[in-house]
Design a protein. Structure first.
Length: 315
């Protein structure tokens, strides 16, 4: 199986604290792997080791066919890394930025202009190519920044939270750029704070917590692993959250976190379980307005995998 990224037993410590604890990763050529996890889980440290910015304390990482620790220069020639902030000259136009970067990669002036025109058109920025970057929206800057990252035609591109701080429309524009990369056959490793983003883009997802892999699979596989369905119950009025949680815990059920105090979300395996839970709540005078049974969102999957429930049982 041809892998663009293959890591085994990656470890990294800072000040005696191990932040990455024996992580294994395999990313096929041309696929997008999303790396998810709470803040401080070790995602950026993993990206930095794979992209040669830091050396691992243990383990081996092979990227684009080269050992990231022993052949760092070869790895760097075959990858690009785009972080949270655009690395652009805001006093130049979009076209001038791309031409300048292409020239730095050794293209002639004519070749750089032709390449800039081709890339800007394929990434949907033709209408803005002659505008100064300072006038670009956040989404346009990120699209141009990612475009600049592929001038050297990398085999692998690392996108470390590329849409952080962007509104939904701008994020969706960046998603289209990422899809363009995948159509070109580029391998992408994406870290993101937005679980919907991973659901939309990823071929596979790896969830990291406290420096270790806690789950991996396709979005469909991860959703299925949490119990298959989510029971959403809307209450008529707010009830003491501790009372609800104690009731559910006593029956080995998990209440997923939600910002709405009137909305209860509970992972279930089948419709019969949902009926039993509804009856349990009614028997305990919970003021149910209505309820729905649906496939879990990636947010619910994430919470369920980081805080796995006990075996579900209702009596």
């Amino acid at each position: 199986m041809p892998y663009a990224i293959e890591a085994s037993g990656l470890r990294k410590s800072y000040n005696g604290i191990e932040v990455v604890k024996g992580v294994d990763l395999q990313v096929k050529k041309g696929e997008l792997l999303a790396l998810l996890g709470p803040n401080g889980a070790g995602k950026t440290t993993i990206v930095n080791m794979l992209s040669t910015l830091i050396k691992p304390d243990g383990g081996v990482a092979v990227v684009a066919g080269y050992d990231a620790a022993m052949q760092a220069n070869d790895v760097r020639q075959n990858i690009s890394l785009t972080g949270q902030f655009a690395a652009l000259d805001e006093g130049l136009t979009g076209h001038q930025n791309i031409v300048m970067i292409a020239r730095l990669y050794g293209y002639s002036a004519k070749e750089a202009r032709i390449l800039a025109d081709e890339l800007i058109e394929s990434f949907g920025l033709s209408d803005a190519k002659d505008r100064i970057v300072q006038t670009y929206s956040g989404g346009m800057r990120r699209r141009l920044d990612i475009l600049a990252s592929v001038i050297n035609q990398p085999e692998v591109i690392f996108l470390d939270e590329p849409t952080t701080g962007l509104d939904l429309q701008s994020r969706m524009q960046v998603w289209e750029v990422v899809r363009t990369l995948l159509k070109r056959g580029t391998t992408v490793l994406l870290t993101t704070q937005y679980l919907e983003e991973a659901d939309q883009l990823a071929d596979r997802i790896v969830i990291i917590d406290k420096g270790t892999v806690v789950a991996e699979g396709t979005p469909i596989q991860l959703k299925a692993s949490t119990g298959g369905k989510t029971l959403s119950i809307q209450l008529l009025y707010q009830v003491n959250a501790i009372d609800i949680e104690r009731l559910l815990v006593s029956h080995h059920l998990t209440l997923l976190q939600d910002t709405d105090p009137l909305l209860l979300k509970i992972p279930v395996t089948e419709a019969r379980r949902a009926n039993q839970i509804i009856q349990l709540l009614l028997d305990n005078d919970m003021p149910i307005a209505h309820f729905t049974l649906s496939d879990p969102s990636m947010d619910e999957v994430f919470l369920a995998l980081l805080h796995p429930p006990n075996k579900e049982a209702v009596s």
